[in-house]
Design a protein around this ligand. Structure first.
Ligand code: SF4
Ligand code: SF4
Length: 400
């Protein structure tokens, strides 16, 4: 790269980047700064950027949409700088850690959820991943994880958000190695460790330093037992300089599976607020976490939900689909959605380990009129819930 043109919506990060490039003997124009309506400035920017290497400086979650616009214009070699997850201010950001060259002939995957340990130390009744039906420590395999991410890279230039979760990921003694591998393969990602955080204070300072060094943040799920010790957990993380997000208080869980499928999957999908929860395990990429892990419910209670149906799960080592086609497949209702209720049924949060869990913790008993009201309410609330969830999950990176 001899000449660079910066297109971004963060003044401080864009100017800092231009100055760093100059120091590395790359001629960079004054950044072309844009705002919420970034498409309006695109034509003017492209005229000025001819024959230069384009760098996008946007929020991490915006990079999929913006890079796709450049793909449609036939621009495939470029770089990205996700400022909200990778820029910590002038003094503490390292150029090589925040600037990633991408192959923009491929798309980006918006999000993936990967279990580092299937079992959990909390065992919530009605766990979305059915982790309370798995016994305790059941760690993922690091080699398989690394190969799967490398394989995923053949389809996508990057991943917006990687959520390393469980069950409880801290029950995997090698969890730091998973963080390192994920960061190495997908340097652009908003990398998160999703935890109930009850074991967090048992981590050593050195382990927290690695989490910080690899620019991973922690998503603290605020279940009642977690909330009781939230202050000491966040004090511990603050002292170590580790970034974190705390979820809204979780006092209520929801059951949402139907005993028999609806005629069409579309209504449940239209009402669903968990439509971007793609899962990855052993070479399989699934559209939805609930569908992906419903085999646990089948095994525990002798049921027959179509877990990992080939129509909605992509075998990354044998598929003929490309990344664009996978994104299209995952962007619409899939057959398993017909097993979901368009209206969820709430219940108070409590624990239910495997020996006390029941199928009814997930499956709604038939009451069509009650469900109709719940479905209408859910449809009405969905836009607010999605916006609230997105806002609450926005990166809150602290200065290192
Ligand atoms: S904390 Fe609860 S909801 Fe989260 S993975 Fe564990 S059992 Fe499931
Ligand atoms: S299967 Fe479909 S409706 Fe059910 S949780 Fe997943 S995306 Fe939502």
């Amino acid at each position: 790269m001899n000449q660079a043109a910066i297109f971004g919506n963060h003044k401080q990060a864009s100017r800092w980047l231009a100055a760093q490039l100059h120091k590395s003997a790359v001629a960079a124009d004054a950044p072309f700064l844009t705002g919420r309506h970034w498409k309006r400035g695109l034509a003017a920017f492209l005229r000025a950027a001819e024959n230069k290497h384009i760098i996008l400086v946007f929020r991490n979650e915006q990079l999929q949409e913006v890079s796709e616009a450049f793909h449609q214009l036939g621009i495939f070699e470029m770089s990205v700088f996700p400022w909200d997850t990778h820029f910590f201010g002038r003094e503490t950001t390292i150029l090589q850690h925040c600037l990633t060259a991408i192959d923009n002939s491929k798309p980006r995957l918006d999000r993936v959820e990967i279990e580092l340990n299937s079992g959990c130390n909390l065992n919530c009744k009605g766990c979305f991943q059915f982790s309370n039906l798995v016994n305790g420590k059941c760690p993922a395999d690091l080699d398989a994880f690394t190969k799967d991410l490398q394989q995923l890279k053949k389809f996508f230039w990057g991943i917006g958000k990687i959520r390393l979760q469980g069950g409880e990921p801290l029950l995997n003694p090698d969890f730091l190695l998973f963080i390192k591998a994920a960061r190495k393969i997908f340097p652009d990602s908003d990398l998160r460790l999703v935890s109930n955080s009850l074991l967090l204070e048992q981590l050593e300072r050195g382990q927290l330093a690695v989490i910080r060094q690899y620019n991973c943040s922690i998503d603290i799920s605020a279940y009642p037992p977690t909330r009781k010790k939230l202050k000491s957990i966040t004090d511990y993380l603050d002292a170590a300089g580790v970034s974190y997000n705390v979820s809204l208080p979780i006092k209520v869980f929801y059951k949402g599976l139907l005993a028999t499928p609806a005629a069409s999957p579309d209504r449940a999908y239209d009402h669903c607020i968990f439509t971007r929860c793609h899962s990855l395990e052993r070479g399989l990429l699934g559209a939805c976490t609930r569908q992906f892990y419903s085999s646990r419910l089948n095994e525990a209670f002798g049921l027959h939900y179509p877990a990992r149906d080939p129509e909605e799960v992509v075998d990354l080592y044998h598929t003929s689909l490309n990344g664009w086609e996978i994104n299209r497949l995952f962007g619409k209702a899939h057959p398993f959605c017909s097993y979901c209720s368009p209206g969820l049924e709430p219940f108070a949060w409590k624990t239910a380990p495997k020996n006390s869990a029941k199928a009814e913790d997930w499956i709604i008993a038939g009451n069509p009129s009650g469900r109709k009201a719940a479905a209408l309410l859910q449809k009405f609330l969905k836009p607010f819930a999605v916006r609230l969830r997105r806002r609450n999950q926005r990166p809150k990176r602290r200065r290192h």
